[in-house]
Design a protein around this ligand. Structure first.
Ligand SMILES: NC(=O)C1=CN([C@@H]2O[C@H](COP(=O)(O)OP(=O)(O)OC[C@H]3O[C@@H](n4cnc5c(N)ncnc54)[C@H](OP(=O)(O)O)[C@@H]3O)[C@@H](O)[C@H]2O)C=CC1
Ligand SMILES: N[C@@H](CC=O)C(=O)O
Length: 424
């Protein structure tokens, strides 16, 4: 096989970057993009037509706010209303007919798309995704995805970018486990947004002047989160209405409503994924909690003040947050009195069977306190082999370009395993 077909569902921040990277000179000959789908429309491309560049491909998919044109402006293109379920059936039939392996790349955050993975994998498609929901929701769905890989001629599944974006966290864990190491504990800062907030609210080396208020830091994080959309679009050259100065903004990927990150559920989903990967591999250590409802079964400390729990909009949340600054000031001064800083961390402790995430205090000399900046994630693997000092993975844990790198690197692994030769 000299190339793989690729269908991308979800063409937002990450999906656009995936298109960009798959059509780069290094990879354009190895992957053939056969469809792009947003929440409303599917653009289908004839596999026999010459490959198109990223700009042309993306310009052929109408935005979901626009109606489908009567006729495609490119001879290789055709349109249909978006139906990921129908798409999976068609891709599987085409792959069988053309004897060409096809990768479904899900760059949505939609649970209903992940519910298609078992059927997709069992019908021979491979799935590559940064979408956490399929692996961190009910244990039934997770088990169905795992079991689908045992069907005759099943496709493969790769999920590196679900944890730490492009950082090699899932692949490191898999390598440790498959080579027989015992992973006793995984701990780290797993949220780019939480990392940014606490690196600034509770720095190891405070800047001169008054300490920042929690609400001010969250507000800046929210603003940067919005700015990164503009930043990424600029780097893809799809809009002209963005000032060049936005390039200097650190790449955050905060959810539009800060409560989605501050609730800790994003970290809980990442811990669920790692915990389940640990649990499906043989180990002599005690079993971890079964997490039947996924992230919702996990002990998660929320940072949303209870009075703001039902705040409907992100703007209103940020407006009302200053009323709760005193609570966060107190947490910070308690930590400072002990010579410590605050960090929002996740822990999977194999020996005690604890899986939890919440706010913890760390001495300023600890790597979680002093080694992080921007939206960095840091993950420490404590194992039988790495018993004296943990194996540490660190770097930007959010942002469209690094997340897309994790996705595209997974697609390369699928292609290699399907017989496509990829040279150094
Ligand atoms: N951004 C980051 O730094 C990181 C993101 N991730 C994960 O990557 C995924 C994508 O994130 P991101 O690109 O930032 O999100 P965006 O919101 O920018 O993009 C999501 C895209 O999915 C589309 N979509 C939603 N539902 C459906 C559906 N049912 N069928 C087809 N398309 C659909 C949306 O379409 P429409 O345009 O029509 O609304 C949109 O194009 C998420 O799962 C996220 O958690 C993981 C790690 C880091
Ligand atoms: N919102 C997440 C990014 C996607 O996983 C984060 O801040 O880490």
């Amino acid at each position: 096989m000299s190339s793989c077909c690729v269908a991308i569902v979800g063409v937002g921040l990450v999906g656009k970057q995936v298109v960009q990277q798959l059509t780069s000179p290094a990879l354009a000959g190895l992957f053939k993009i056969v469809s792009l789908t947003n929440s409303k429309h599917t653009l289908a491309l004839s596999p026999s037509a010459p490959s198109l560049d990223a700009h042309t491909l993306l310009s052929l998919l109408p935005a979901s706010s626009q109606p489908l044109p009567d006729k495609a402006s490119h001879p290789a293109a055709s349109y249909a209303p978006a139906s990921p379920a129908e798409l999976v059936k068609k891709l599987a039939a085409d792959a069988r007919a053309n004897k060409q392996h096809t990768i479904l790349i899900d760059c949505t955050s939609d649970l209903s798309v992940t519910e298609l993975y078992p059927a997709a994998i069992a019908s021979g498609l491979s799935v590559v995704t940064p979408n956490k929901k399929g692996f961190s929701s009910s244990s039934d769905l997770f088990q169905q995805i795992v079991d689908a890989q045992s069907a005759p001629n099943a496709g493969l599944v790769y999920l590196e970018a679900t944890v730490g974006a492009g950082l090699p966290i899932i692949s490191t864990l898999r390598d440790l486990l498959k080579t027989g190491d015992e992973v006793t504990k995984i701990e780290g800062v797993f949220s780019g947004t939480m990392s940014y907030i606490f690196n600034n609210f509770s720095p190891a080396t405070p800047a001169e002047g008054p300490a920042p208020k929690f609400s001010e830091v969250v507000k800046v994080a929210k603003e940067n989160g919005y700015t990164v959309s503009a930043c990424q679009r600029l780097s893809c050259e799809f809009t002209e209405d963005v000032e060049l100065t936005t390039r200097s903004v650190p790449p955050l990927a905060q959810e539009p409503h800060p409560a989605d990150d501050l609730s800790g559920s994003d970290v809980a989903r990442k811990l669920t994924i790692l915990s389940r990967l640990l649990s499906i591999n043989p180990s002599s250590l005690a079993a971890l909690p079964s997490l039947p409802e996924g992230y919702a079964s996990l002990s998660t400390e929320t940072l949303i003040p209870s009075a703001l729990a039902d705040c409907p909009s992100g703007d209103e949340f940020v407006e009302r947050l200053p009323g709760h600054d005193a609570e966060f000031d107190q947490l910070r001064s308690e930590a400072e009195k002990e010579g410590k800083v605050l960090r929002y961390v996740g822990v999977i402790d194999r020996e005690s069977g604890v899986v939890k995430c919440g706010l913890e205090k760390y001495p300023v000399s600890h790597p979680f306190a002093s080694a992080l900046s921007g939206s960095d994630n840091i993950v420490a693997f404590h194992t039988a082999r790495y018993s004296q000092r943990p194996l540490i993975v660190q770097g930007a844990g959010a942002g469209a370009d690094v997340t897309a790198m994790g996705v595209v690197a997974d697609a390369i692994k699928v292609a290699e395993r399907m017989g496509v030769r990829v040279h150094l």
